[in-house]
Ligand binder design. Structure first.
Ligand code: GDP
Length: 187
């Protein structure tokens, strides 16, 4: 069982504690199931499952098995956001993704039933340009039949050229595979 522990929140990357721990960033559109995914990794409910999409505006650091820090980035793509809020999000995320010396890669979560959007494309291009590894977690796979989620996963992988894994936080499967992928290939 994965041990996950909250370390600290920071509104900006320069507020991070001094550390040599490898870091893995996690991002996803609001309502993609990011909090549920983080909660499903451990035994306890550690990340707040948001009632209000886009509410969380901080970088939240979690220690995972004392092997790496999972850095939870604010959700994006919330329609009610103003232009300046969007700018703040981009500044925070780009500052972190380009500034951290310990960062190994990015987990990008998206609802398996949604189409790839410009926000996701921007984030993945930016991560790749920073030489970061990327893995896609396709959330809420329990909403589709097995044959449909298998097809959706294969199509997404072919389209994007990065590893994609279907998962369900509700039914508690898939998160372990992503963790194994990271421990084996990124650390
Ligand atoms: P966040 O805004 O990305 O942190 O998303 P949340 O974790 O708050 O989830 C958004 C909504 O999707 C909530 O109503 C969750 O219960 C639901 N949800 C999250 N993961 C799953 C999943 O794996 N399966 C299903 N069926 N619903 C999910």
């Amino acid at each position: 069982m994965t041990q996950i522990r909250f370390v600290q929140s920071a509104s900006r990357f320069h507020q991070f504690p001094e550390s040599t721990m490898p870091e893995v960033a996690i991002a996803g559109r609001s309502n993609s199931g990011k909090s549920s995914f983080i909660n499903s990794m451990g035994r306890q409910k550690i990340a707040k499952v948001s009632g209000t999409p886009g509410k969380t505006r901080l970088l939240n650091i979690f220690d995972v098995d004392q092997r790496f820090w999972l850095v939870d980035m604010p959700g994006y793509g919330y329609a009610a956001r103003s232009h300046s809020e969007r700018g703040d999000w981009e500044t925070m995320v780009e500052e972190y993704l380009s500034g951290s010396k310990n960062l190994k890669g990015l987990i990008l979560l998206m609802d398996i039933r949604r189409k790839w959007s410009d926000d996701e494309a921007m984030l993945i291009d930016f991560a790749v340009s920073m030489d970061l590894k990327v893995v896609i977690g396709l959330t809420k796979a329990d909403k589709l039949s097995k044959s449909r989620w298998l097809t959706a996963t294969r199509n997404m992988e072919a389209q994007l050229g990065v590893p994609c894994y279907a998962l369900s936080s509700t039914k508690k499967w898939g998160a372990d595979t992503i963790l194994e992928h990271i421990k084996k290939n990124w650390l």
